[in-house]
Design a protein around this ligand. Structure first.
Ligand code: KG4
Ligand code: ZN
Length: 337
C-alpha cells in the first residue's frame, strides 16, 4: 500500500511516499532556514507564505523520487496538529484537495504520533508495545507511554520551553544562528561539560515527569552578563555545560519513568533526538539499567513527511477516514493518564 504523506506544521515543507508503513520510497523536505535565520526563530506568517510556494513542487518531487504518479497512491496522510495554524493549513488544504480530486482516502495525523512512528522506517528491531518514549523537539518535551498504534498517554511534559527551544534560544544568545541545536551539539564536542556551573534542573521541586528549562536558560544569560559572549574554548565549555545539564535531566526523568512503569523499551524521538550527547547518554543509561533503546537515524528525528505517511498507513489500514472538513488544530493535546 502506497501512502503519500504531507507535513507543514512548522518551518519544513515535506512530502514523502511510504510503502506499507515501513519503506520510504521518497522523503522530500524543503527547509526554510534561510527565511527565518536572521530572525533567530520561526516567523509564522513567513512560514505560511513559503509553505504555499513550496508545497506543490515538494509533492511533485516526492512522487518523482519514488518513481510513481498520483494514480499509484492508495491514500493520503497529513499532519493535522499541533503546530502553527497558518502553516498546518497549507499541507492540510493541499491534502484535502488531492483526496477530493482523486477520490483517495484521507487521514489526519498527530505530529507527535508521526515522530513516534519514524522508528518504523529504520531496519528492525522496532520497539515492542507498550514502551516509553522521550519526545524532544522544538515545540515539545514529553515522556509518553506508547500502549499501541495511536494509543499515547503523556506522563509528563515541559512546563515552559521545549528542549529544542532552549537549545535555539541559548544559541541565539551566543550568536550561533538558527536553528541552534545542531551548532551547540557541534561546539560542545570540544568542550568541558563541567566547565561552567549550571543549576541542577528541577532538583528542588521534583514534579513527576514534568520538565522546566527556564532555569538553565537564565543561568546562561546570567553567565553572559558577567563574562560577555565567549569564543574558542570558553564557548565550547559553555555549550558543553548547557547541553550536559539538559541531557542529564532528560535522561534522569526517563530512567525514573522506566523504573516506575516497569517497561523495558524506550524510544527517543523528535528533532533533539539528533543530539549526539543525548543519544549516547540514553544508550548508556539503557545499558546500565537494562532497558532497550531505539533511536531513529538523525535525519529522521527532525520534521519529515515519511513519518506522517508511516503513521497514516496504520490508520488507513484500520479503516479510519478523515472528512473533507478536517481542520488544523494548533494545540492538539495528547491524553493524560
Ligand atoms: O522535531 P523538529 O524538527 O521540529 C519540531 O517539531 O519542533 O525539532 C526541531 C528542534 C530545533 O529546536 C533544533 O534546534 C533541534 O530540534 N535540534 C537539535 C539538534 N538537531 C535539531 N537540538 C540539539 N542537538 C541537535 N543535534
Ligand atoms: Zn516535529
Amino acid at each position: 500500500m502506497l501512502v503519500l504523506g504531507l507535513e507543514s506544521s512548522c518551518d519544513e515543507t515535506a512530502a514523502a511516499v511510504v510503502e506499507d508503513g515501513c519503506r520510504a520510497l521518497s522523503d522530500v523536505v524543503a527547509s526554510q532556514v534561510d527565511v527565518h535565520a536572521r530572525f533567530g526563530g520561526v516567523v509564522p506568517e513567513l512560514a505560511s507564505r513559503r509553505h504555499i510556494a513550496n508545497v506543490v513542487p515538494v509533492v511533485d518531487a516526492a512522487l518523482a523520487d519514488a518513481g510513481v504518479s498520483l494514480d499509484d497512491i492508495d491514500g493520503i496522510a497529513v499532519t493535522r496538529g499541533p503546530g502553527l495554524v497558518g502553516a498546518l493549513l497549507v499541507a492540510l488544504q493541499t491534502a484535502k484537495a488531492m483526496a477530493y480530486a482523486r477520490g483517495l482516502p484521507l487521514v489526519g495525523v498527530h505530529h507527535l504520533e508521526g515522530h513516534l512512528t519514524a522508528i518504523d522506517l529504520e531496519p528492525p528491531p522496532h520497539p515492542p508495545f507498550p514502551h516509553l518514549a522521550l519526545l524532544v523537539s522544538g515545540g515539545h518535551t514529553s515522556i509518553i507511554r506508547v500502549d499501541g498504534r495511536g494509543a499515547l498517554v503523556e506522563l509528563g511534559a515541559t512546563r515552559d520551553d521545549a528542549a529544542g527551544e532552549a537549545f535555539d534560544k541559548v544559541a541565539k544568545m551566543l550568536g550561533l544562528g538558527y536553528p541552534g541545536g545542531v551548532q551547540i551539539d557541534r561546539l560542545a564536542r570540544g568542550g568541558d561539560p563541567t566547565g561552567v556551573p549550571m543549576p541542577r534542573l528541577m532538583a528542588k521541586a521534583e514534579t513527576g515527569y514534568d520538565f522546566s528549562f527556564s532555569g538553565v536558560k537564565t543561568a546562561v544569560l546570567n553567565w553572559l552578563r558577567d563574562h560577555g559572549v565567549p569564543s574558542g574554548q570558553a564557548l565550547a565549555d559553555l555549550c558543553a555545560s548547557f547541553q550536559a545539564t539538559v541531557v542529564e535531566v532528560l535522561v534522569r526523568k526517563t530512567r525514573q519513568a522506566v523504573a516506575d512503569t516497569g517497561l523495558t523499551a524506550v524510544q527517543l524521538a523528535g528533532g533533539v533526538a539528533a543530539n549526539s550527547a543525548l543519544r549516547a547518554a540514553l544508550r548508556a543509561a539503557g545499558a546500565e539499567d537494562g532497558f532497550d533503546v531505539f533511536i531513529p537515524s538523525p535525519g529522521r528525528c527532525t520534521d519529515n513527511a515519511a513519518m506522517i505517511a508511516a503513521a497514516g498507513y496504520h490508520k488507513l489500514v484500520a479503516g479510519e477516514r478523515a472528512p473533507l472538513d478536517l481542520n488544523a488544530t494548533a494545540s492538539l493535546r495528547l491524553p493524560a493518564p
